[in-house]
Design a protein around this ligand. Structure first.
Ligand code: B12
Ligand code: SF4
Ligand code: SF4
Length: 233
């Protein structure tokens, strides 16, 4: 089944809303934990599962328990889809390794094994907006993402250019005033270029994650503010 079309069909069948493929040459130099994580692979399949827009309609300036539950359920779905795709590729004789949807492996520098946003951008699912989130034309930033690394030679997808323009809705909405409102063509050189990073980290970890009904570093306000993917009415 190792054609791009078959992989995509399978991912959608299993519950993905979007699937893209990148050649890893597009992300050369992207930091990983451990160092060299991508070395045995040549391509990545990146999947997105949309969170219901209604969840975000309930968010004003803080996360809700309902968002917490959807976030966890969607993370599980992403990992399960990737587990199945990984299994198929291994059965076909390829190497494959899925990276968990939401695992923080360095809590000093706030890093996962690999940035799903960078991978999703490279795989043509969307662009990195002023909020630093991956914004898709179809669902805006209202998606969660996950990556599957493989050495199967899959056809990469075309990339999408940045469509933020003069919008600054995420910047205006952020309860921590963390978003600087900068624009870039491909990606910022650092998270600091896009965000007052420590302000966001403090807000989600020291405030939201410490609330008994939340308990996780989630927020959702910059997601809700984005006009891309917002319900029309
Ligand atoms: C650690 C983490 C956090 C930390 C740090 C956030 C951060 N911005 O790094 C905290 C706890 C603060 C956090 C907060 C949030 N998070 Co978070 N988080 C992660 C996690 C686990 C790892 C992120 C990571 O390693 N970043 C490393 C940095 C260096 O990468 P980056 O942020 O993508 O930015 C750089 C690269 O993309 C680079 N880049 C892009 N292309 C290329 C190419 C090359 C070659 C190079 C060198 C660089 C490069 O440019 C950027 C600057 O350097 C990911 C899951 C994952 N494994 O990806 C989820 C993830 C990023 N979080 C997510 C979300 C939704 C959030 C929140 C909205 C909270 C919430 N759930 O409501 C906020 C948003 C904060 C914000 N505005 O960025 C989603 C984003 C979905 C989307 N649509 O974009 C992810 C992808 C989880 C998921 N599975 O969907 N998060
Ligand atoms: S996650 Fe919350 S605190 Fe962080 S940038 Fe978005 S709106 Fe601001
Ligand atoms: S709210 Fe506006 S500026 Fe922010 S990511 Fe969405 S389109 Fe870009």
């Amino acid at each position: 089944m190792a054609s791009a079309l078959e992989i995509k069909r399978k991912a959608i069948e299993l519950g993905a809303d979007l699937v893209g493929i990148t050649d890893l040459k597009r992300v050369e130099g992207l930091p990983t934990i451990p160092y060299g994580l991508m070395d045995p692979y040549t391509h990545a399949v990146v999947i997105a599962v949309a969170i219901s827009p209604d969840i975000f309609e309930q968010i004003t300036n803080e996360p809700t328990p309902l968002y917490l539950h959807h976030y966890q359920t969607v993370n599980n779905l992403l990992d399960n889809i990737n587990l199945s795709l990984q299994r198929e590729l291994i059965h076909e004789g390829f190497r494959a390794l899925f990276i968990p949807a939401s695992q923080i492996v360095d809590k000093v520098n706030w890093m996962g094994h690999i940035s799903h946003k960078a991978m999703a951008k490279a795989a043509g699912l969307g662009w990195q907006g002023k909020s630093l989130l991956l914004v898709t034309p179809e669902y805006g930033p209202r998606v969660r993402l996950a990556t599957l690394l493989t050495n199967a030679p899959l056809e990469p997808d075309p990339m999408v250019s940045n469509r933020c323009g003069t919008c600054k809705k995420c910047q205006d909405a952020c309860p921590a005033s963390a978003i600087k409102g900068r624009l870039w063509k491909d990606h910022p050189q650092s998270r600091e270029e896009a965000l007052h990073f420590s302000l966001c980290v403090e807000k989600v970890n020291e405030d939201f994650a410490k609330r008994p009904e939340i308990g996780k570093p989630i927020c959702g306000v910059c997601i809700r503010a984005c006009p891309w993917g917002k319900p029309k009415s």
